[in-house]
Design a protein around this ligand. Sequence first.
Ligand code: BGC
Length: 456
Amino acid sequence: MDTSRFPSFPSDFVWGVSTASYQIEGAVNEDGRGPSTWDAFVAEPGRIHNGDTGAIACDHYHRYPEDIALMQELGVDAYRFSFSWSRIQPTGKGAVNAVGLGFYDKLVDGLLEAGITPSPTLFHWDTPLALEETGGWLNRETAERFADYAQILGEHFADRIPRWITINEPVVVTMLGYGAGIHAPGLALGFDALPAAHHLLLAHGLGVQALRSAGASNIGIANNHALTWSASESEEDRAAAGLYENITNWLFADPILTGTYPEAVAPFLPPVPDSDLAIISTPIDWYGINSYNPTLVGAPTTGDAALMDGHALDAALPFSLREIQGYPRTDFDWPVVPEAFTQLLVSFKERYGESLPPLFITENGASYSDGPDDAGRVQDQRRITYTDAHLRALKAAMDAGVDVRGYFHWSLLDNFEWAAGYSQRFGLVHVDYQTQKRTPKDSYYWYQELIRSNLS
Ligand code: BGC
């Protein structure tokens, strides 16, 4: 067992932190930003814990210089943020809103001055509302609008942004947004949501092509993956777990990395022309994995609702998620199973072999609600323990031959945690939402020392 104080990584390993526009920016009505599907969703009674919204969030739109300074002090090489599409194109198409784009100019220039590599995501779930009103991701045209938007960003930023991410977690947009009605746009279509998956993947491929044609390079995607365990060795449980794994993992990775959809999923998809698969599998430079915990899946049990990311899904689904027992849990009630992280990464290597490009961990982290004590210090030892264990698990995968080039911790700041509102805190930096005071937690100083220790 490695007992060194910090896990050790190659000297060129990229250390980063992640955020997303709607979760931190606030300023939803400023400088010509158009509404997104999340603005509409949070306004619907009962959708979000405590009725919270992202209207102010971390007020990053105004406080970005302070947040850049926090990152510079932290010592990260790279910052993964996301562009708000409706700041740049208020209705998701047509003319650019120069002031909205100008915000990202200031952010990108500030990062570069601070020696931090901007590593943006083009789409982290905040679909322009006008596009949602014409079908959103159920409408193939949204993928084409995304390509136009990618072209705009590529042309504007290719000379300043050296690493790009097309889309964040199409699986969550599809399943929670269109399948289960837990995220925006709040549709509960069950398996009829799957055309959204295809259109998001198509948008990814068209986005890669548009970015490249605009001169951008070093392009990947951030896909959510969880190791899937079968609840038992029974045939029923293994079949249910296999289907779940295909729908949540391989549906989103196979077409990108091999140009095919898993056979098990094909019956649920609309007819897909080969030309679409050729677009989706446009070569990428690296593949991003967001991962938090494994899932345990069995055959459906009567009256037992399936769960995804802790959310109840339709009980009529052909699988059910079971509680993983015997491990510590985060405050979001997610199990902490670092060895599953190693196994997940190794399973990618086994599945894709030589066609697997280098990996980045584009998200990993944990929700713990620790706040400042009387002395103003945030003692979040549990986040340190989680992160340390997951980094050692990541290193074990690298030692087993998986090529991983960097790690982006989720998240820099406590922020708007979607349906859970502000009830879940994932930040290395605590945010007091009344005063907007930022307080680096013990985990921030730990991550800072970890990065330093890996420089030598
Ligand atoms: C998402 C983030 C989210 C995090 C924690 C990921 O699924 O990309 O936006 O805050 O997980 O739930």
